[in-house]
Each structure stands twice: as C-alpha cells, then as structure tokens.
Design a protein around this ligand. Structure first.
Ligand SMILES: Nc1nc2c(ncn2[C@@H]2O[C@H](COP(=O)(O)OP(=O)(O)OP(=O)(O)O)[C@@H](O)[C@H]2O)c(=O)[nH]1
Ligand SMILES: [Mg+2]
Length: 359
C-alpha cells in the first residue's frame, strides 16, 4: 500500500515524511525543492505485534508498512506537478495542511487550503476525463462499439460530478463502472486524510482542530478523515526514548505520538485490518482489506499458499496471548479453528496456513 504526501508549498510535507520514514531529507523555508520526489517506508506501529514478539522471541519481527511518496508542494494552478507515476498509483493521500504561523506564507487558513488543494485534484481529473472523452467521440464516430459507448456514458457521469466540484471519492460507482474507472488512477478518487500541521503552541488543542478551523463539513465526507500533528514537536518526540518521551508528551498534554495516530488513521481510511503470522523465525503483521477471504489472505503471504491452500488454522489475538503463545493450549481450550478458503479473516487473528503445492 502506498501513501502520497500532498499539500501546498511549505506546509511541512517533507518534515512529516522524515518522521514517518525515519529519513533525513533536508527541509527548508526557502528552497522550493522543485521536481524532487522522495520515497520511503513507514512502519505501522502495533502494540499487538510487540506483545507477540515478546512471547515468541522470533529472529525477526515485521510490522505492516506503507510506502510513502513525498512530492514538492503544489501551489494553486500548479497541478502539472501531480503527474508523477509514483504518485498517481498511490492508494491514499495524506494531505499536510499548514496551521502554523509563518509570516512569509501569509495568514493561515486550513479550510481555504484544503479547498484549494481539492480543486487542483478535481481539475487534474477533469482534464484527464475531457481528453479521453474527445478521443472516444472521434473513435465512436468512426466505428461504434458497445464498450466505448459504455465508457463514454460513465465518463460523462464523472465529468458532471467534477464540474460540480465533487471529488470522485464521493461517488458511488457500480462494480462495472469501477472497473472502467480504475485504470485512470484519478486523484480526487483516492481516500484522503487531511493532517492539520499545528503550531507548536497549539498542540495541546489538537483534539479540537475540527471546531477551531471549521472543518466539520469534511469529517462526514466519504473516504475522508481529518487528523492533526505538529511536525516540529513530533520531530522532538521522535528523538526521545521510552520514559523521557512519555514525560515530554504528558507535559504537552498529549497521550501518544501523532505518527502512531496518523498511521492507524491511514490504515482505517484504506479499510485495512491486520492478521498475524507467528513462529520462531518471524512474527509478522499483514495488511489486508476488511472482508478478505482466507485464501486471498494466504496469497499476501505467498502466492503458493493461495494456490495450494488447504485450510487455515485460526485463533484470536487475545486467546493466544491468554495461552502465553502456546498453540497446544489454545487447541486444548477449543479455541483453534480450522477454516476453509472462503472464511473471512478478522482483525487481529493469528493464521497458520496449511497448503500443499504439487511438484
Ligand atoms: N513552526 C512550524 N514550522 C514547521 C512545522 N512543520 C514544518 N515547519 C517548517 O516549515 C518549513 C517547510 O517545511 P518542509 O517540511 O520542507 O515543507 P514542505 O511542505 O515539504 O515544503 P515544499 O516541499 O517545499 O513544498 C521548514 O522550515 C519547517 O521547519 C510546524 O509544525 N511548525
Ligand atoms: Mg518538501
């Protein structure tokens, strides 16, 4: 899964990118960083993985992760900067919205910035739709095919929505429509998390960003979330370890580092849940969309496991922890289930896949 960091210039994207991925890309108030693109990996913190790892003492512990792409800022009217392949195929957008004061950047107004950015996404999509519609029209004139007429119908529906300033993520599409639309990688269709980047002094008021900046209308939109952080504070939090970190957070009136919250928000925004595989070699979290069948879940681990799938042995996280990680004990308690390929895997379940690949 891939997350694209997006936002107006100097909103703090690269600062947040560094935090998410543990990178050290230079950030600056002045440099434009035009055309620069950074990619990295963000680990999704999960206390359940920590606990399982403590129980199994594996050689390796692997958290679920996101790929993160950081682009240069997109100013009003500069949507051409969005035409990057690495960005186009992002699964979700993390929109960094400035809410810290910087005299050089003018008055802060997160609501306006959110609308301005959304407008750029919508206009970029509208250009794609209109280009394709012009081609389709010419092609249908020459030789009419049902497939192209259907595509034209669907694109006209999208065009009408975009012209009415509705992002495509707000449209309900039938399976048939979704299939046609998928290949276009429309930007306004991607789920979006607006992260309000707060002034250091305001960080204790994070829980109230929605009221404070009049963002109430956004939270009820489909595939949209509002989060907050103060990137500069988070950089300090990240430098501290354990107890010191907790003490610093408590001083600021915070309960946890913003990164943890933002990453779990991204997870939820994408409709993802985790299942775990455990053993002496590795304890690992796997991200799957809610509603994934056992056979497809097996396929995220290895394609052979999906192909030769026989059964999944499944138990819950709480059950396994209560049994101190002993499968024999879980089985004895009648809490180890054998499930078939159509079983829908639940969040936090521990799965052991039995499979057989013919030679
Ligand atoms: N006061 C304050 N400054 C911040 C915060 N986040 C970022 N900045 C500053 O804003 C400036 C720009 O930060 P970057 O992370 O480079 O912003 P960006 O969005 O990546 O910028 P471009 O890629 O050039 O669009 C730097 O000087 C940061 O230190 C914040 O939470 N508070
Ligand atoms: Mg940057």
């Amino acid at each position: 899964m891939k997350i694209g960091l997006i936002g107006l210039p100097k909103s703090g994207k690269t600062t947040l990118f560094n935090l998410l991925t543990g990178s050290t890309v230079p950030t600056s108030r002045y440099e434009t960083g035009r055309g620069e693109l950074h990619t990295g990996i963000a680990r999704v913190p999960d206390p359940r993985v920590d606990r399982l790892s403590a129980l199994f003492q594996p050689k390796k512990t692997t958290y679920a992760s996101f790929e993160v792409v950081d682009l240069a800022g997109i100013a009003k009217g500069e949507r051409a900067g969005l035409e990057t392949k690495e960005f186009r195929n992002a699964d979700a957008l993390l929109h960094v919205v400035r809410a810290f004061t910087d005299p050089a950047l003018g008055a802060l107004d997160p609501r306006r910035d959110i609308d301005d950015l959304e407008t750029e996404l919508i206009l970029a999509d509208l250009e794609v739709v209109e280009r394709r519609l012009a081609r389709l029209e010419a092609s249908i004139k020459k030789r009419r095919t049902d497939a192209e007429v259907r595509e034209q119908e669907i694109l006209k529906k999208l065009q009408a929505a975009l012209e009415a300033a509705t992002p495509l993520r707000a449209l309900e599409l039938s399976a048939d429509e979704a299939r046609v639309v998928r290949g276009f990688t429309f930007l306004s269709q991607k789920p979006i998390l607006h992260c309000v980047n707060l002034d250091e002094k305001a960080v204790g008021e994070g829980e109230r960003v929605v009221e404070r900046f009049g963002l109430g209308g956004l939270t009820s939109r489909p595939h949209t979330r509002v989060g907050w952080a103060s990137a500069v504070i988070e950089a300090e939090v990240a430098r501290l370890a354990g107890d010191e970190q907790q003490a610093f957070l408590a001083d600021l009136g915070l309960t946890e580092p913003a990164l943890r919250r933002l990453l779990s928000d991204c997870y939820a925004l994408l409709g993802l849940i985790s299942f775990f595989t455990v053993g002496d070699d590795e304890v690992r979290a796997w991200a799957i969309p809610l509603g994934t069948r056992a056979q497809d879940a097996a396929g995220t681990v290895h394609s052979d496991m999906a192909r030769g799938f026989i059964r999944a042995e499944v138990t819950g996280y709480d059950e396994l922890v209560a049994a101190q990680g002993s499968f024999a004990e879980v089985r004895a308690r009648g809490q180890l289930r054998l499930e078939g390929k159509d079983y829908v895997v639940g969040d936090g379940e521990i799965c052991h896949i039995r499979f057989n690949v013919a030679k």
